[in-house]
Design a protein around this ligand. Structure first.
Ligand SMILES: C[S@@+](CC[C@H](N)C(=O)[O-])C[C@H]1O[C@@H](n2cnc3c(N)ncnc32)[C@H](O)[C@@H]1O
Length: 244
């Protein structure tokens, strides 16, 4: 179906460091007529784009604009503007509601283009020097939600990454051990990956199962034996992401 309406670009900003955004995302942001952006987007970086910028994010458990209203808003804006950018942290299709927005806009006949971004799991692993796969140690990796509790799954995989795990680390560690993961499995907690404030804490499932700790947000959890590679090489690995 051909319409004279604009295109909605679902664009991934990456993990936070603007240098990790794609060249294509940069071009589309420069050409945008209007930008609707989420949390975890570097606001000072956005100032360099001339289009009006409208915040439609939702942080943690705090209320934000309901998803149905965001969908409708994007549809209405696409009727008026040629290039509408919906800018999301990381990648739009990884725990980013990109699929829901795309489906809704398609149902209204609006053209949608997806511009991928570096998802937090990849950035955090790279910035902390943790391989997600390694021959002989881990040949698979799973991305899982760490919130809410009833949605948390423990996959059979070499390495597991939990997004949005901040409030449920102890629950996740216990559930992993109960599902057969060895208690001594190393686990890393990386907060604000790629940003100057980045922090990396290394622990084990057994230790995390005992005590709840506070984490800086946003935080991502990586568990699996590939962390032992980091332990062996940490003095030689330099993070390429963090600009101090
Ligand atoms: C709603 S999800 C959005 C994920 C995003 N679409 C992506 O692909 O990275 C938000 C979660 O992503 C993770 N996250 C996003 N940016 C991060 C960062 N810079 N450092 C650590 N974790 C991050 C955290 O687990 C956070 O709770």
């Amino acid at each position: 179906m051909k319409t004279k309406w604009g295109t909605v670009y679902l664009v991934g900003f990456g993990p936070g460091d603007p240098e990790l955004m794609t060249v294509k995302a940069e071009r589309i942001l420069r050409q945008a007529d209007v930008i609707y952006f989420d949390d975890l987007i570097n606001r000072s970086h956005l100032r360099k784009y001339s289009a009006p910028k409208i915040y439609v994010g939702k942080r943690g458990n705090k209320p934000g604009l309901p998803q149905a209203e965001i969908n409708e808003l994007l549809f209405q804006v696409a009727r008026k503007h040629r290039r509408v950018v919906r800018l999301k942290g990381g990648d739009p299709f990884v725990f980013g509601r990109g699929g829901e927005e795309m489906t809704f806009l398609h149902s209204k006949g609006v053209t949608v283009e997806i511009v991928p971004g570096i998802t937090a799991a990849l950035a955090a692993a790279a910035c902390a020097g943790i391989p997600l796969t390694q021959r002989g140690i881990s040949s698979s990796v799973a991305f899982c939600v760490g919130h809410p509790e009833d949605k948390i799954r423990v996959p059979r995989t070499g390495t597991v990454v939990y997004y949005m795990a901040g409030q449920n680390v102890r629950f996740i560690a216990r559930k992993m051990i109960a599902s057969g993961w060895p208690p001594q499995t190393p686990a890393a907690f990386i907060s604000q990956a790629s940003l100057p404030e980045q922090k990396v804490r290394i622990s084990s499932l057994a230790r995390e199962a005992k005590k709840s700790r506070r984490h800086h947000s946003p935080m991502i959890m990586i568990a699996g034996e590939t962390l032992s590679v980091k332990a062996r090489l940490s003095s030689l690995t330099k993070s390429c992401c963090c600009r101090k």
